[in-house]
Design a protein. Structure first.
Lengths: 284, 169
């Protein structure tokens, strides 16, 4: 338990550094120098020195922004707790708690967008909603299947692929960053946030990436069959590697049309899910 | 109506030196300066190495890249946008039109540049913490980057204002 808490705290502190590394690697792929590795920390620290501008009645979204961050910290803590004994041995309560927290994060983002009294943020909220509907069910089913430890190697591999794709989507990277696709779209769930509130939202977006990378790392490490401290260490080490893969994928994919990105996701997840059902049905 | 907290301007200005989020505000320019702004923000010039990032909302911005002579039509929107920015407010005024109205300096339909806008902002209680003017028609991307670094206090100003009085006869 103590090691899980230490791993969670370490990863939370390192997440903005991983994000800075992502920006640096993206710049390298573009053949440019790019920002310093600590840039995301500089951004967050700067936002906390700026003026807070809260529209009247905006206490709601201050609360919602804080709750969203808490839910993300809790979901990453659960993931590190599960890491200490492997995904295949997670209890039903832990698995359901993680799924519920992931849905709560997406729902709170929508609530925040709608409570801002700005039509552009409402538009961003609907985009967030469509993303949630397209990825969350697949994420939940594949995570529960892997956590139950049931199925053959083939079915587990397909479930891991479904989990990897849907966790990439919830990380909010290109082309699934349509909820807050700044600066291409002049609308998004964060449009009215300023100063420290925007700082909290920025930390939340970085933590979403951390949860996404940890989730995939956890699923991959479960194939190795490690347990205890070695499993936890392997997940902590594999997380930045998965983050790196996400970086390269997002840089290569580039921006896509909102409807095309969702349609492509549906087709991909439909094929993977069909393969998963077949492998379970045929007992492969 | 807004609820606004007080802010330590000096501390915030120090933090902005390492992280600069810019918002592009066109007050009715011919788009030449705007094309140069977009050029300056491309990977070719790589302004992200200075921590500069383009944002889509004035609420997120530290610096406004201001172009155009401020047309009468755009004036209320310009004031509203600058007011929406959280303090400290930094403005980089770009191009001849932004600075003094350019060839439209005395036309009925424009305000005639940022200097006159500054007076209106002051009357409306909108404080601007720092302004740097970058001349040019259109302004060059290198000049925009230099102006930005000057605005942040990262480089010294190379040129100085010299007043020349023509001798009689």
């Amino acid at each position: 338990m103590l090691y899980s808490v230490a791993a969670a705290v370490l990863s939370l502190a390192l997440a903005p550094v991983y994000d800075g590394l992502e920006r640096k690697i993206r710049a390298a792929i573009h053949t440019r120098i790019g920002p310093p590795i600590l840039q995301t920390w500089y951004d967050i620290l700067k936002l906390f020195t700026k003026e807070i501008v809260v529209p009247v009645g905006g206490a709601w979204y201050t609360l919602v922004t804080a709750l969203e961050l808490l839910a993300l910290i809790a979901s990453s803590a659960i993931l590190y707790h599960i890491s200490s004994y492997g995904l295949g041995h997670a209890t039903l309560l832990e698995s359901v708690a993680f799924i519920v927290l992931t849905s709560v994060v997406a729902t709170l983002a929508i609530v925040r967008a709608v409570s801002q009294n700005n039509v552009f943020s409402v538009v961003g909220g609907f985009r967030e909603f469509s993303l949630m509907l397209s990825a969350e069910p697949f994420l939940a089913v594949s995570f529960l299947l892997l956590a139950s430890g049931a199925g053959s190697l083939a079915s587990k591999s397909i479930a891991t692929a479904v989990l990897a794709v849907s966790s990439y989507v919830i990380s909010g990277r290109v082309p699934y960053d349509i909820a807050e696709a700044e600066p291409e779209l002049a609308s998004g769930v964060n449009i009215e946030l300023a100063g420290p509130l925007l700082g909290l939202a920025t930390i939340s977006s970085v933590l979403k990436k951390l949860v996404s990378a940890t989730l995939t790392a956890l699923a991959l490490i479960s194939f190795v069959g490690l347990s205890g401290l070695s499993s936890l260490t392997a997940v902590v080490i594999a997380t930045p590697v998965v983050w790196l893969v996400h970086t390269v994928v997002s840089t290569i994919l580039g921006r896509s049309r909102v409807d095309l990105a969702i349609r492509f996701l549906y087709v991909l997840l439909f094929f993977l899910s069909s393969a998963l059902v077949l492998s379970f049905g045929l007992g492969l | 109506m807004l609820e606004v907290s007080s802010v330590n301007i000096a501390k915030a200005l120090r933090a902005i030196k390492k992280s600069v989020w810019v918002y592009h505000l066109n007050s009715g320019s011919c788009n030449a300066c705007d094309i140069e702004v977009l050029d300056a923000l491309t990977p070719y010039f790589d302004v992200e190495r200075f921590g500069i990032k383009l944002v889509g909302s004035p609420r997120h911005a530290d610096v406004i890249l201001f172009t155009g002579p401020v047309t009468r039509e755009s004036l209320p929107k310009v004031v509203k946008t600058i007011k929406a920015m959280p303090r400290p407010r930094l403005i980089l005024v770009l191009g001849s039109c932004g600075i003094g109205g350019g060839i439209w300096w005395d036309t009925y339909s424009t305000l005639g540049g940022f200097k006159k806008l500054e007076e209106i902002l002051r009357e409306n209680g909108v404080e601007v913490d720092r302004v740097v003017y970058v001349p040019g028609c259109p302004v060059r991307p290198e000049a925009i980057i230099y102006g930005m670094l000057l605005l942040l206090g990262l480089v010294e100003q190379k040129s100085k204002r010299v007043e020349v009085v023509a001798s009689e006869g």
